[in-house]
Ligand binder design. Structure first.
Ligand SMILES: C[S@@+](CC[C@H](N)C(=O)[O-])C[C@H]1O[C@@H](n2cnc3c(N)ncnc32)[C@H](O)[C@@H]1O
Length: 416
């Protein structure tokens, strides 16, 4: 498994051929490390530093009483883990950006019914116009497909939930549909449905794969339950994850699974090298900007609690460290880091231009200057930044008591 974080401190870790997955720790370790208890977090960071491990970035953590209305419960959550990445000072085995293979881009299936909104030289979804802040044009579609490759490489497979032959699968916020298409190809026995605000899925798709335009935050009106509900990289999209979890729960067949994968949008750092950079400023503006749109870039820290509240049982969380460029030691780390650097560089304009001009009143020139500085920092291997990507799965099964409206929810043996 690539990229899972390790409980050992980075300096103690032997070199691995693949980035380490986060050691499975009880999800309760998602307790706030900085936001709610800055003193405790600083103490633990200091003690981590004393045994040679690089402490997580403290400077970049948002304050507990964040004036921007961010959900500070979530802030700094990843820093309670060691990440299994170590700085490569020798620059061994460099990975060229040109050596990274991009997946071929999706062919847009745009219908004339959907007249995309044009702004800043980009196009945006027309259905529920303005709900999602990112563009939907070809450059963004190519970025999404690259991001898909990163996710599959990092996680090792399309889905970690131990599903065998799911009959009906739903992918909400499917984007270019690349996950749904690959899942349908891998599982010819499954019927896979992908939904999105944008009709940007290809025309040529497996016969067991379908796409619909739908807002996943609306009431779900599917005629049949699903065996797997999947969702990935939606923290900049959904305002109401608890509602989405409730919808997923209500639309799962007994024994079905839901799997949600997302970033902590706040960049982490193994030392102080991110502090004061344009990259950090850009990342803070992004978190602040989406918060002002009612989204929480740190939402993933609450997923477990919210899934349990929605009725899910046996929620399993796995954390993965994804380096932001090729700064980390190890070939796999360098490949993933280079891919992620390209992903963010490709996304810089689309992420920033509408958001920063509209939310902060910045001029286009100001945003472009910040993008330029951020682009430079993104390529700087002296900035040891990384993302934490989380996956959550859960299983539930219900046993109806004959003749009664009551039912009980039982575990049916998650195999993790
Ligand atoms: C960052 S992309 C992720 C795409 C895909 N899940 C993936 O991992 O490749 C977010 C996608 O969610 C879609 N989206 C945003 N808000 C949505 C909503 N309320 N309902 C359905 N799709 C939504 C966007 O149009 C975009 O395609």
């Amino acid at each position: 498994m690539a990229g899972q974080l390790d409980s050992a401190s980075p300096s103690q870790l032997p070199h691995r051929s693949k980035p380490a997955e986060v050691t499975e720790q009880p999800p309760s370790s998602l307790a706030p490390a900085i936001g709610d208890n800055a003193g405790e977090a600083a103490e633990s960071a200091a003690s981590a530093g004393s045994d040679g491990a690089a402490p997580p970035s403290q400077e970049s953590a948002l304050e507990a009483s964040d004036p921007r209305g961010l959900d500070t419960d979530s802030v700094g959550a990843p820093s309670s883990f060691s990440i299994g990445l170590s700085v490569d000072n020798g620059r061994d085995g460099d990975i060229s950006e040109h050596g990274i293979q991009r997946p071929s881009s999706s062919v847009s299936a745009t219908s004339s019914v959907y007249q995309f909104v044009e702004e800043f030289g980009r196009t945006y979804h027309a259905y529920k116009e303005g709900k999602y802040f990112m563009p939907n044009d070809i450059p963004e579609q190519e970025r999404l497909d690259l991001q898909h490759s990163i996710a599959v490489r990092l996680f090792g497979k399309l889905a970690l939930a131990p599903i065998k032959t799911p009959k009906r699968v739903l992918d909400i916020g499917t984007g270019t549909g690349i996950w749904a298409i690959e899942f349908a190809n891998e599982h010819p026995e499954s019927e896979v449905l992908g939904t999105d605000l944008s009709p940007i899925q290809p025309d040529y798709i497996p016969p067991n794969c379908h796409f619909e335009i739908d807002d996943a935050e609306d009431e779900w009106v599917f005629s049949h339950p699903f065996d797997l509900v999947h969702s990935r990289f939606m923290c900049g999209a959904f305002s109401d994850f608890p509602k989405v979890f409730r919808s997923a729960f209500a639309n799962l067949a007994p024994g079905g699974w839901a799997e949600f994968q997302d970033y902590y949008v706040k960049m982490q750092c193994v030392d102080r090298s991110l502090a004061g950079t344009a990259l950090e400023r850009w990342n803070d503006l992004l978190l602040d900007g989406v918060a002002r749109l009612g989204k929480n870039g740190l939402a993933v820290a609450k997923f477990k609690q919210q899934m349990v509240e929605a009725g899910f049982v046996d929620v399993v969380e796995k954390k993965f460290a994804l380096p932001g460029n090729a700064w980390a030691k190890g070939r796999e780390e360098k490949i993933l880091g280079t891919m992620q650097m390209m992903n963010i560089m490709d996304g810089l304009h689309g992420i920033s231009i509408g958001l920063f001009t509209k939310v902060f009143g910045m001029s286009v020139e100001e945003v472009e200057a910040l993008i330029e500085d951020t682009r430079r920092d993104l390529q700087d291997r002296n900035i040891h930044f990384y993302y934490v990507v989380d996956k959550y799965e859960r299983i539930w099964a219900e046993t109806r008591i004959k003749g009664s409206k009551l039912f009980e929810v039982v575990l049916s043996g998650a195999s993790w």
